[in-house]
Design a protein around this ligand. Sequence first.
Ligand code: URA
Ligand code: SF4
Length: 207
Amino acid sequence: MPSSPASKTTGAAQFVPEGKNWAALRAAAAGCRGCELFHDATQTVFGEGPVPARLMMVGECPGDHEDTEGHVFVGPAGRLLDKALADAGIKREKTYLTNAVKHFRFVERGKRRIHQQPRRGEVVACFPWLREEIRVVKPRLVVALGAVAAKALLGPSFKLTEHRGEVLEHEGVRVGVTVHPSAVVRAENFTEAYERFVADLVVLKKS
Ligand code: URA
Ligand code: SF4
């Protein structure tokens, strides 16, 4: 991994074409070098789903599978999310899914690539893409999956534990918050964590 801080890079804004549609944004994002993460990752993983869509969900950043395949939420967290969406009565194919950060951040341990949470500087650098996705998708509600997405949308001091399951309005965007599906996958009490996650999604779906 390069060790220079993300603050030395200039962010995604210079790569974002103005006022373009989703396909043009996705194409431009493929060439983004707004932070150092493009260096070691395989490809930009842009959001996917219907445009426009009533519901948008925002994860953290692509994982190992997403990086290789170039699609959002196709690994273990994605499988959990698929099941939870189905159990909450939400259709994945009607939902626009994306991430706060569009490149995989990882460290290598032998042959394995271990996911690393993106840093604040990378979240800020990547935000112009998310802002553009919100502009073209025009969701009625944006659901932040986990603290990284919630802080990207609501600011760095946002506390997920205090607002889980709530809908907040920020800069004209309605943002609902819950945990990240990976946190459910890893939970000590899986059943309880899963049921709470689905319950949040049911509440947010109606919001
Ligand atoms: N985790 C995320 O936050 N997003 C993905 O696309 C996959 C795993
Ligand atoms: Fe650009 Fe975001 Fe990738 Fe950084 S993570 S290079 S800002 S698309």
